[in-house]
Design a protein around this ligand. Structure first.
Ligand SMILES: [Zn+2]
Ligand SMILES: [Zn+2]
Ligand SMILES: [Zn+2]
Length: 165
């Protein structure tokens, strides 16, 4: 386990602890906020955390069916809405897919780095970007409903692999 780049963990990192930490945080957060983390919501969250790549709604449906749970698409979409609204997952618009949030319960502006080679997504929380954008939009009298910043490229590990070739 090399913790040198926690944003893009390598394949042999202790992912089990990523998942259990994420689920524990979500459980604690929901309890504290009086939110109902139902079995399905929990299951969907766990599936999203299965790896550090964004997961699409269709894929989630398929996996739930595999696990013997016949979930109707609307219920899965509702579970996703719940998870998004409460900041447990983020939607990656360019991939039309979801990733788990590692800053749940913290006021943050997320920026995403998306590796086009391995598909991993890292979440950044750079407050400076948020303040620049709100300054600019304020000046234009524009009221922001939602903004996401998605930056595509190649992560450190994938870069190393291509450079070694
Ligand atoms: Zn992990
Ligand atoms: Zn987040
Ligand atoms: Zn990569």
């Amino acid at each position: 386990m090399k913790p040198n780049n926690p944003a893009f963990p390598n394949a042999d990192h202790d992912h089990k602890s990523c998942v259990s930490n994420a689920l524990k945080n979500a459980e604690a957060y929901c309890q504290q906020q009086g939110l109902r983390l139902t079995k399905l919501r929990h299951q969907v969250l766990e599936l999203i955390w299965a790896n550090h790549q964004p997961v699409g709604a269709y894929e989630l449906l398929e996996q739930l069916t595999h696990e013997g749970r016949k979930a109707a698409p609307p219920t899965v979409y509702r579970a996703l809405d719940f998870l998004m609204e409460n900041g447990l997952v983020h939607r990656i618009s360019s991939r039309n897919a979801y990733v788990g949030c590692s800053h749940t319960g913290q006021d943050h502006t997320a920026q995403f780095l998306i590796c086009e080679t391995c598909g991993q997504v890292a979440e950044l929380d750079d407050k400076r970007i948020g303040s620049v954008i709100s300054k600019d939009t304020d000046q234009l009298g524009f009221s922001v409903a939602q903004w996401t910043l998605e930056i595509t490229g190649t992560c450190e590990q994938c870069r190393r692999v291509t450079e070694d070739e």
